[in-house]
Ligand binder design. Sequence first.
Ligand SMILES: Cc1cc2nc3c(=O)[nH]c(=O)nc-3n(C[C@H](O)[C@H](O)[C@H](O)COP(=O)(O)OP(=O)(O)OC[C@H]3O[C@@H](n4cnc5c(N)ncnc54)[C@H](O)[C@@H]3O)c2cc1C
Length: 402
Amino acid sequence: MHDVIVVGARCAGATVAMLLARRGYRVLCVDQASFPRDAVSTHMLRQGGLARLRDWGLLDRLIATGCTPITSITMSYGDARFAGFADPIDGIAETYAPRRIVLDALLQDAARAAGVDLREGITVLDLVREGETVTGIVGRDRDGHLVTEHARLVIGADGYASTVAKLTGAEKYEVIAGETFTAYSYWTGLDIQSQLRIGDEQAVGGWPTHDGKTLIWCVQYVDRFAEFRTDVERNFHLAFKETAPDLAELLDSGERAERFTIARYPENFYRESHGPGWALVGDAGYHKDPFTGLGISDAFTYADLLAERAHEGLSGARPLSEALADYQAQRDKSSKPMYRFTCESSRLVLPDKHVEVMRALPSSPAHTTQWFRMMAGGLSGREFFAEANMRALFDAAGRKSS
Ligand SMILES: Cc1cc2nc3c(=O)[nH]c(=O)nc-3n(C[C@H](O)[C@H](O)[C@H](O)COP(=O)(O)OP(=O)(O)OC[C@H]3O[C@@H](n4cnc5c(N)ncnc54)[C@H](O)[C@@H]3O)c2cc1C
């Protein structure tokens, strides 16, 4: 009998398992995958996520893996172009884009070091129940044997297509359709910092990762998906030529070092994330378009919150059901502004007001810093777009505030 079973062993699962084991709980964490195994991702780890890693004693380990620090972003939207970076958020002055094969292994090692029984190659197929309450899992191991395990709490950290969510019947809410797809690969021979260029219903960009490799990506509307796939190489370069000709030239000076990965983005949603004996965390409970690069950082933030609330319930400090309801309510409240911002900006057509602001930003380094702070989740849209702040920006740009 375990205290907690976590299904899924990546950003959300390995993390919540580690945090509960560090509090003294007996934790089993299972994943259908065998690691090390890469994940589809563009890797951006924001300041909020890095601050959590620092708090858990893992940031220095990540930096020691040789991941290139990112301290500058060049952004453009049509003729508006500017560069800068957020001032330190939560004491973190740079970002990183670690390969998932490195990041996930680091989290899994930390979970095992904390005492988690982390088992690979186990696919969860069903839940064990006593009445309405979930009390365990039924899975199949690599040899095809059925495995049944029991716990006081089962946490689904098994991604946006969560099996635990399906088995508990957890309902989605605030659903917003996914409208885009991405294609990406890795280049050697480039020396660039973060690039984010938005053009005519498409975006291109890139940033450094590990081993001298630079991730290079493009995003387009899903109605171009079928045509894009007929000639990925050509269409990828065309997207750069149309959106950021300077970057298109730069790509020609380097060399593509890996095959292309192409992925359609699923819909954005929240899911009911708790019930008798179970909870959801990470993409399983709250999934959004990767455009703002917040999925991993949010997985850390809400794994932390869930571990705290689960501890309250499991230790008897308050009823578990009340503590888990509080987890969901707090997660929803604190994530909602960036959820909306992410869903809006991932449409790749920004409101006129934002475009005017972006055109004015090169005149004000202070506002440019604020803009990047807002994009990283360190400043609310309400604060940034406040009337007095906009007046100061447009004054700096020598224009009249509208
Ligand atoms: C193209 C793309 C680009 C992205 N770029 C970024 C980015 O730049 N920055 C960012 O922060 N986020 C990005 N994201 C989002 C980010 O990858 C996710 O938010 C993050 O991986 C969520 O972590 P998770 O642990 O919740 O789920 P996952 O990483 O999906 O892990 C779920 C795990 O559960 C396991 N599992 C599933 N079902 C079962 C089962 N039945 N039994 C056992 N195990 C199971 C899987 O094997 C998997 O290992 C991107 C996503 C995509 C698709």
